[in-house]
Design a protein around this ligand. Structure first.
Ligand code: ADP
Ligand code: ZN
Length: 439
């Protein structure tokens, strides 16, 4: 790697001393507290924690006095409970993938959007992206941040951005060839799918200028990265983000690809024991809890991401002082990520509870089919419905399927089961079997 120049977007801040980073963090935290105090949601909560002014925060350690914020809180505050600026200042709204029930939304001012785009551009630059790149964004455009938020960052970098969005693999390939795409953004599963299509369609490696892929949105292993790199003959960079934190680019790999740098001038990252909420010892796994330091429209304090990871204690050879996190090892809740879309078993249950003719028992199976994830929902129906004719049962299956896909935005397979045929577990019901290989 020595012969390769290490790229930076903003070398001064990316290599700042710990003291300087902490100075920026303290100023940012005070500023966010000032914003939070303007929201209906935080005012009362901060008061209960003894905080009524930004000056009540004296050192970074004071963050430990602040209340946590959860996804449930965001749903409760929907739509405008967390708004800290006059509504006219908001220029953009996004929402978490897969949530069409009560969504978790974020809103951004123009300045917020500029900062978010800059963070994304910085991430791409760290991975060696430049204005010479032709970037094809294969993540879904719309409320999901993987589309537009990534797009704006890549444009700010100066790259030529092609917003193909997800799906339509043949068109993706045609654009990759015709425009000389050098960088793509897609989920790991889609990258494998793309590779299969390249082979099937008979593209030769020299038809494509592809040199790197940015991937994220779902857990994947180092082995899978290697596999994608080998198959496509490119470098693959891991990217972490979530809509609540302005989308992708919250943590990103530099050219060394040994863990993701977290951008500590833009966020404060804590790793806490999810039961005691005490910080875990350096190098141990904990839940990532994140405070945003630069978002005027919607402050977010100590947000519980539910994602489990650890800090990598050694300094990175790239010279960046912002710490690195390792690959995620799981979550502290039951959220499933299916083809990049967040799905909670409770959303499936919600549909079943409302439906007539459905019994009490159901079972969710997630499997790999080829390179993509497959979701099957097995549903027990009532004895009366079971005794009905096949047309009634088929109609019920179709209705459940369409109601579920409307709610979770992906199409499940619904299997109707005879009453009493699904296993009944003693104690806490086990309703999900995630059969996907762990690597
Ligand atoms: P997105 O899917 O765009 O990252 P969402 O808000 O829909 O945003 O989902 C966020 C969740 O996706 C995270 O909490 C995390 O569980 C998962 N995720 C995102 N990026 C990664 C990644 N690089 N590795 C593992 N999981 C990831
Ligand atoms: Zn690095």
């Amino acid at each position: 790697m020595a012969e390769r120049e290490i790229p930076f977007r903003d070398r001064a801040i990316e290599t700042a001393s710990r003291a300087e980073i902490e100075r920026v963090q303290l100023a940012g935290l005070k500023r966010q507290i000032a914003q939070a105090l303007k929201t209906d949601f935080y005012r009362g909560r901060l008061a209960s924690a003894g905080i009524s002014s930004p000056d009540d925060i004296r050192t970074l350690a004071d963050i430990r006095k602040l209340p946590f914020t959860t996804k449930g809180d965001l749903r409760e505050a929907y739509p405008f409970g967390l708004l800290a600026v006059p509504k006219e200042e908001v220029v953009r709204v996004h929402a978490s993938s897969g949530t069409t029930g009560t969504p978790t939304v974020i809103y951004l001012t123009q300045r917020d959007l500029d900062v978010a785009s800059d963070t994304m551009a910085r991430s791409l630059a760290a991975a060696g992206g430049t204005r010479h790149d032709v970037v094809q964004n294969m993540m879904t455009y719309g409320l999901f941040t993987g589309g537009l938020c990534f797009h704006y960052g890549a444009e700010l970098l100066g790259a030529m951005v092609i917003p193909t969005s997800s799906g339509n693999t043949l068109r993706q390939l045609k654009f990759m060839k015709d425009f000389g795409t050098t960088m793509i953004h897609a989920t790991p599963s889609y990258l494998l799918h793309l590779h299969a299509a390249i082979e099937e369609e008979g593209y030769r490696r020299e038809d494509l200028k592809l040199r790197m892929a940015i991937t994220g949105a779902e857990p994947h292993s180092e082995e899978l990265r290697q596999k994608i790199q080998d198959k496509l003959g490119i470098e693959v960079y891991n990217c972490y983000g979530m809509s609540e934190l302005n989308g992708p680019g919250v943590a990103f790999e530099c050219v060394f690809r040994k863990g993701m740098h977290v951008w500590e001038d833009r966020y404060i990252f804590e790793l806490l024991n999810p039961e005691t909420f005490e910080p875990v010892p350096e190098g141990e796994t904990g839940e990532l809890v994140v405070t945003i330091l630069c978002r005027d429209a919607m402050p977010l304090i100590r947000y519980r991401t539910r994602d489990l990871t650890r800090f990598i204690p050694e300094p990175c050879p790239c010279g960046r002082t912002h710490r690195r996190i390792a690959r995620f090892t799981g979550r502290t809740d039951d959220m499933l990520i299916i083809n990049g879309v967040n799905v909670f078993p409770s959303q499936i249950e919600e549909v079943l509870l409302k439906a007539k003719g459905v019994g009490a028992n159901y079972f969710i199976i997630v499997e790999k089919e080829g390179v993509l994830d497959k979701l099957t929902v097995q549903v027990e129906i009532t004895p009366e419905t079971f005794a009905d004719d096949a047309r009634v049962i088929n109609a019920l299956r179709d209705r459940l399927k369409s109601e579920m896909s409307a709610l979770i935005t992906i199409n499940p397979i619904v299997e109707i089961k005879q009453p009493g045929s699904l296993p009944v577990s003693e104690g806490k019901a086990k309703r999900v079997d995630d059969r996907r290989p762990k690597d």
